[in-house]
Design a binder for this molecule. Structure first.
Ligand SMILES: N[C@@H](CCC(=O)N[C@@H](CS)C(=O)NCC(=O)O)C(=O)O
Length: 218
């Protein structure tokens, strides 16, 4: 099969892009990335060719075209079963899918008030109450997972789909200086220490420009 191509956007601002890219890395997929800068005026037209939803991430694998992070996760899990992208146990797998679904469809206040911005750091950032509710829910999810499955990742010994889905929240917690208990702090460090995350962050830091309109949900 032809080499896979993953279309993404900014590594500094693209939270969904980070999720899709990490999923491909966790799966051990051999892929090349196409980066469409979010401030490129030709972006929309280009994206329509690559992604029917005009959103990234989007994966082209031979004749298979798949977009939307959860669909990409399920596809990668099917073609790379040995990568164990989802927990082996049915109960844990259901739990994993539930918290991934929560991330995929929820946390609107967290997203709009604390947009991903890997390069930035805002010490003492004032969090408004609705966003705080989302933060508390994320902390409850992580604490429960780390306790139930013993860490160091959300579902045990290796990173899985859930860790990819929550990775942009990890970077947000660091960017916006969110106070965390020790277990969650250790989890964040674990995620940031992943070689794939280090690579992503290094490349995000190389992105030259700050894009003002993306200092909002993207
Ligand atoms: N539900 C989608 C969300 C994808 C999404 O919102 N992507 C954003 C950027 S990371 C995008 O492509 N925005 C471009 C636009 O809105 O034109 C998924 O899971 O992949």
């Amino acid at each position: 099969m032809a080499k896979a191509v993953l279309t993404i956007s900014s590594k500094n601002y693209g939270a969904w892009s980070l999720r899709g890219w990490l999923l491909a890395r966790f799966a051990g997929l051999d892929f090349t990335e196409v980066v469409i800068p979010p401030d490129d005026p030709a972006m929309k037209a280009e994206m329509l060719l690559l992604s029917s939803s005009m959103l990234v991430p989007s994966l082209q694998h031979g004749t298979v075209k798949v977009w939307d992070t959860l669909a990409i996760a399920e596809y990668l899990n099917e073609i790379k079963p040995k990568a164990q992208m989802l927990p082996a146990d049915i109960k844990a797998r259901a739990h994993c899918r539930a918290i991934c679904g929560e991330m995929h469809s929820g946390f609107a206040s967290l997203r709009s008030a604390l947009p991903m911005n890997v390069k930035a750091h805002f010490p003492g950032f004032k969090v408004w109450s609705r966003a705080q509710g989302d933060i508390d829910r994320v902390i409850a999810i992580w604490t429960d997972c780390l306790k139930t499955y013993g860490g160091p990742y959300l579902f045990g010994a290796q990173p899985c789909v859930a860790d990819a889905m929550y990775a942009p929240v990890v970077t947000r917690f660091l960017t916006y200086d969110i106070a965390l208990e020790e277990a969650c702090k250790t989890y964040c460090k674990r995620i940031m220490d992943l070689p794939a995350m280090k690579e992503w962050v290094a490349e995000a830091k190389q992105e030259p420009e700050d894009i003002d309109e993306l200092e909002a949900e993207f």
